[in-house]
Design a protein around this ligand. Structure first.
Ligand code: ADP
Ligand code: MG
Length: 207
């Protein structure tokens, strides 16, 4: 990934495109959560992101750092499930760590994502390998640090979600199933991969 200047317009199209893509997959996210959770992941994400879309004019009137914090707050406040506060923490920390000149490159983005992942781990008291969204976000962070291309990052996200299938969940509701959580993709890993892949696709279309 080369240099990227985040403008309010670009952030708006990334937020809108990502929210719409996740909402379009809400039923699939819910089906994944029916297998190893309580079947609400799609509903949770849809509720949070519909609120983001409804407030998109206000959100994107702010500078990108503040806009990301606002997205995070919306996810924390509007989503009942675990995923809302976790994605909310991620977005709020990205906003907090955001560069003042809105200029990003692979290593800078990798750096702020690393801090955000640490915040998420703390909030969820989880680490890698627990079969959660972290198992997608962490490899993506490493790919950014290694300056991989946007196309490669997209593939890495997808493969990382697939790699949660053989894992045994040790965090979140799926952990209640113990060994029976093995053999299913983690719903949060899938939503994270979908978010990353959509952002990658939108960035490639713009470049
Ligand atoms: P809930 O588990 O409250 O029903 P969701 O169904 O919306 O919430 O989200 C479930 C997803 O959240 C899981 O698939 C997993 O990826 C993620 N998750 C759950 N608990 C944690 C945690 N402690 N740390 C990181 N991610 C978690
Ligand atoms: Mg659930």
């Amino acid at each position: 990934m080369g240099k990227l200047q985040m403008t309010p317009d670009l952030l708006r199209s990334l937020l809108q495109g990502t929210a719409e893509a996740v909402i379009a997959q809400a039923e699939h996210l819910t089906a994944l959560d029916q297998a190893i959770g309580d079947g609400d992941h799609g509903i949770n994400m849809k509720r949070g992101l519909q609120n983001v879309l409804a407030d998109l004019d206000n959100i994107t009137a702010k500078p990108p750092a503040e806009a990301l914090k606002a997205v995070g707050m919306t996810m924390v406040m509007k989503v009942g499930g675990a995923s809302g506060p976790l994605y909310g923490t991620l977005a709020m920390t990205l906003g907090k760590e955001w560069p003042t000149d809105d200029e990003l490159d692979s290593s800078k983005l990798g750096q702020i994502l690393a801090v955000s992942i640490e915040a998420l781990k703390k909030r969820g008291k989880a680490d890698l390998g627990a079969k959660t969204m972290l198992d997608v976000l962490a490899p993506v962070q490493q790919a950014l640090e290694a300056n991989k291309s946007i196309a490669e990052i997209s593939v890495i996200a997808q493969q990382a979600a697939e790699a949660t299938i053989p894992m045994k969940a040790t965090r979140g509701r799926a952990s209640f199933l113990g060994d029976r959580s093995i053999g299913h993709m983690d719903p949060g890993a899938y939503s994270s991969a979908l978010i990353i892949q959509t952002i990658c696709q939108l960035l490639e279309e713009k470049s």
